[in-house]
Ligand binder design. Structure first.
Ligand code: PLP
Length: 396
């Protein structure tokens, strides 16, 4: 594969393709090749590529006001914060520009809360293989193998436990603990769905021990799993929730939501130059107004069931290659028997299908939330052909 000469830092192995434009589930490169996109900017384009709702919001808002500075209110931020608080049953909202910025702020908020309500506490319990972002604090919070070696010394104050292990979590809470932070489904780890009672047990423990629960819903929130938040499936309300990815539908937007009891920031404690600017929040509003409709959420759940059935069918047809499928809503993973994920991803790319390989053994699918059944069929057909070839090669 040839590569480009470019001053862009080489931080991911990019194929020598320049993406040009897109529509819905389809992405087109500069040579005119079309790709069926089941990655969607890593679960970012909730409504697909170049959706009409976002084009309207962008052109309307860009002709009106880009930013009045965070020292003034703007109408889209007021309106979006009102809807988020109402729909998610949380009281206060802070807008950021990315998931990592939202999580970094959430960690800071938890420490600030502890100063007043749990003096001496500063430690946050997080999970092995969890993913919370790439700032120094969110890297320290993450449990991605090897990340502790990237830029030491690492920010202290993080205690890691196995995801899904409620006894380990309980054992690690002490008087210095201020919060537990986790994803309701671990996304980057390979769509790891916890045991059924886990989230409720974590909620109960956090309440019993008087520490905060921070739910990182950056990947699982915004209707990805068929509810506005993944935690809603279990009737769990976290004290602090972070959103990103799908919230802006392709435009950079993140958010911290908190209960009044947890929202301990005082004026001057936190802020962001671009955070909550009306261009980004107008886009968030266009996305949120679309996804909050009950019919929209029902359709995501139905398409998720359709995708699941199709993946289970593939599993039956390729028992030597595939081990299991798991996920919720429109966030799915296929566990492979061998570390072939990158090879399969590259084969799919060559066949005009974009899927993601977050781990050696795992393929991940995160289509736009309005993906059609016909597009799911087309994805299954293309992936099936790649698997057929891989099977023949493995046998010969
Ligand atoms: C993507 C992701 C982040 C980081 O978001 P960025 O916008 O890349 O900073 C944090 N947490 C989870 C669960 C994510 O999936």
């Amino acid at each position: 594969m040839t590569t480009f000469e470019t001053p862009l830092m080489r931080l991911v192995a990019r194929p020598p393709i320049v993406m040009s434009h897109g529509s819905g589930s389809w992405l087109v490169d500069e040579s005119g090749r079309r790709y069926l996109d089941f990655v969607q900017g890593w679960a970012v384009n909730a409504l697909g590529h170049a959706p009409a709702e976002l084009r309207a919001a962008l052109s309307e808002q860009s002709g009106r006001l880009l930013t009045p500075s965070p020292a003034f209110f703007n109408r889209p931020a007021l309106e979006l914060s009102r809807l988020l608080a109402q729909d998610l049953q949380l009281d206060q909202v802070f807008f950021a520009n990315s998931g990592a910025e939202a999580n970094d702020g959430a960690l800071k908020l938890a420490r600030r809360w502890a100063q007043r309500h749990r003096p001496g506490a500063f430690k946050v319990i997080t999970t092995h293989n969890g993913f919370h972002g790439r700032t120094l604090a969110t890297m320290a919070a993450s449990g991605k193998p090897g990340w502790d070696l990237v830029a030491p010394p690492n920010l202290p104050g993080f205690v890691k436990v196995d995801y899904g292990d409620i006894a380990a979590l309980e054992a690690s809470i002490d008087e210095e603990t201020c919060a537990v932070m986790l994803e309701p489904i671990q996304g980057e780890a390979g769509v790891i769905v916890p045991p059924s009672h886990y989230l409720r047990d974590v909620r109960r423990l956090a309440t019993e021990h008087g520490v905060l629960l921070i739910a990182d819903e950056i990947q699982t929130g915004c209707a990805r799993t068929g509810r506005l938040l993944c935690c809603q499936h279990d009737d769990v309300r976290a004290d602090i929730v972070t959103l990103g990815k799908g919230l802006g539908g392709g435009v950079a937007l993140g958010a911290i939501l908190a209960t009044n009891a947890a929202a301990a920031f005082q004026p001057g404690d936190h802020g962001s130059t671009f955070g909550g600017n009306p261009l980004a929040t107008a886009c968030g509003l266009a996305v949120w107004n679309t996804i909050r409709a009950p019919e929209f959420l029902e359709t995501v759940a139905a398409r998720g069931r359709y995708l699941r059935a199709g993946l289970e069918h593939l599993l039956q047809r390729h028992p030597h290659l595939l081990q299991s499928v798991r996920g919720a809503g429109l966030l799915w993973a296929v566990e492979l028997r061998r570390p072939q994920a990158v090879a399969i991803q590259e084969q799919c790319l060559a066949d005009g299908l974009l899927i993601n390989a977050p781990r050696d053994h795992v393929l991940r699918l995160m289509p736009q939330l309005r993906v059609s059944e016909a597009e799911i069929d087309e994805m299954l057909e293309r992936l099936g052909q790649v698997l057929n070839r891989a099977e023949r090669e493995t046998r010969s």
